[in-house]
Ligand binder design. Sequence first.
Ligand SMILES: *[C@@H]1O[C@H](CO)[C@@H](O)[C@H](O)[C@H]1NC(C)=O
Ligand SMILES: *[C@@H]1O[C@H](CO)[C@@H](O)[C@H](O)[C@H]1NC(C)=O
Length: 457
Amino acid sequence: MKNIKFLVYLIFLVWLLSNHLSCISAKSHKHRKLQKAISFSQERAAISSNSLNVLNYGAKGDGIADDTNAFEAAWAEACKVSGSVVTVPSGSVFLVKPISFSGANCQPNLVFQLDGKIIAPKSSGAWGLQWLDFTKLQGITIRGNGIIDGQGSVWWNDYLDTNPTYESEAEADGGSPDWENAEAKGQMPSTKPTALRFYGSTDVTVTGITIQNSPQTHLKFDDCNGVQVFGISISSPGNSPNTDGIHLQNSKDVVIHTTSLACGDDCISIQTGCSGIYVHNVNCGPGHGISIGGLGKDGTRACVSNVTVRDSTIQNTLNGVRIKTWQGGSGSVQGVMFSNIQVSEVENPIVIDQYYCDGSHHCPNKTSAVAISGVSYQSIKGTYTSNPVRFACSDSTPCSGITLSTIDLNPSSQAKNDNPFCWEAFGELQTATTPTISCLRTGGPSRKHINNNGGSC
Ligand SMILES: *[C@@H]1O[C@H](CO)[C@@H](O)[C@H](O)[C@H]1NC(C)=O
Ligand SMILES: *[C@@H]1O[C@H](CO)[C@@H](O)[C@H](O)[C@H]1NC(C)=O
């Protein structure tokens, strides 16, 4: 009896133990399963955001080694998966040669997370028109707080050495400026590259970064649709030749805001084929101001419409807000508003120049011009050092529909000329102005002016 009791007890004990054990094992199995699930979902997350650090593709990031191949390799991987992020980490400097981030066969919505610094080689070599070139992408974002440095001084010095009388008005507007002498004397190629260009792309965003010391234009958009630029900084010395800040060409629906632009040429240059351009809360200077044009060079046809620049400051620049066209072009500039612009020590705050000529060219008067109409200036205030208002419109195609309100421009102590200048400029003053603008003609140009300028855009 006692033995049986003991046996039952033993069986009970074994049952209890085995139960307990299986429970433990089940628990740990469950735990392992959970962990596996977590790590799997982490993997999946990593895959779906497909983050590619250039350091993992062989980049040295020491500012000396050539990291071009690493950038190309990371890009090639990113390109395969929609939403991929190429990471350029902070704390490193990457020397990168001219490189094309082509998107022709890429998935959409790629991101370049730039927190480190990218520098251009200072040596001559296989330079083209661009240094960092993004093309044919659908959805491309460059973001972060990194720096793109074009190390442009080697190019500028070449140029300045051979052009001692350079007055920084030669243009980068699609023409081929006369750099040949620079090449003969210096080491760099005759054509200076743009630092960062986007071509043929849609939904482009550039935010956070700094672009500095470009050999020529800092940031260019050509043939792009839907561009957002905000919270960036562009910087090169005021005497660096042809260093436009942002250059727009054949691009539509572009917003640029909360951005600071200091350079040696136009802070923002708006060229042919642009419409729906909205610039606000930018700071420009030094530089040549915010410009539409030069348009119509070599008899070309140019079309620009729907441009707004507002709530911005411009200081220590050659011009404030300017529209410039060459003699002999065709097409039109229509629907432009400059509103709430504060200028300070600007040579010529308000300019329309239809006799634009860059000095290195011979520019005889022609019988056609890009027509300018519907340009409004509202609340342009501050100080000038040369000429407050200058409207030099074409004999064949006068400017029409120029409206001005709340203009308050005062000479700084060194101002040369207080008298607003108008030639063939038609429009109206909606308020009294300082200085008094009595040269604007009311009504519209006479019929004889309706010329053969190539019709509508
Ligand atoms: C002008 O451009 C803005 C974007 O900058 C756009 O919202 C607006 O619809 C355009 N207007 C016309 C008349 O094209
Ligand atoms: C071109 O036309 C303008 C306006 O009529 C005139 O002031 C200027 O002298 C002309 N320039 C030349 C080179 O003929």
